[in-house]
Ligand binder design. Structure first.
Ligand code: ZN
Length: 135
């Protein structure tokens, strides 16, 4: 079951410049920023209700996000939906002929498991599935 939108991720050239809109003009709180060296990206988290806007600035031009920015420019990167059973959701999607980018869930440091659905199967939108750790 899909519970809610966890976050919407936006690729930006520069976090500070992007915050002039998202934080200063629109008025969203900036709760934290984080550098993920593995993925070559710096992330700013701005909550909106029970969801978040995540601004992604590549710190490495050769990272996935760096190459995306070079090719497509700034813009919406993906929508993440939280599910309560990621394996079950992935099996259901596969049964519906949906193409998954990750065949098995990947693991974040905080215990969140995630996987991506190919945009070809999702109206041109990269969709991320999240299952948060319980307890
Ligand atoms: Zn995400």
């Amino acid at each position: 079951m899909v519970k809610r939108i966890d976050h919407v991720a936006v690729v930006v050239e520069n976090l500070e410049a992007a915050l002039a809109f998202w934080r200063d003009a629109l008025g969203l709180p900036l709760t934290r920023t984080e550098r993920n060296e593995t993925e070559g990206v710096a992330i700013a988290f701005l909550p909106v209700g029970e969801s978040e806007i995540e601004l992604l600035e590549p710190t490495d031009a050769e990272s996935g996000i760096g190459r995306y920015l070079a090719k497509r420019g700034q813009g919406m990167h993906h929508v993440c939906v939280e599910v309560d059973d990621i394996e079950g959701t992935m099996a259901r999607l596969t049964a519906h002929g949906v193409e998954l980018i990750n065949e098995t869930p990947r693991l974040r440091d905080d215990g969140t498991r995630y996987a991506f659905v190919h945009p070809r199967s999702a109206s041109g939108v990269l969709v991320e599935l999240y299952q948060k750790p319980t307890g």
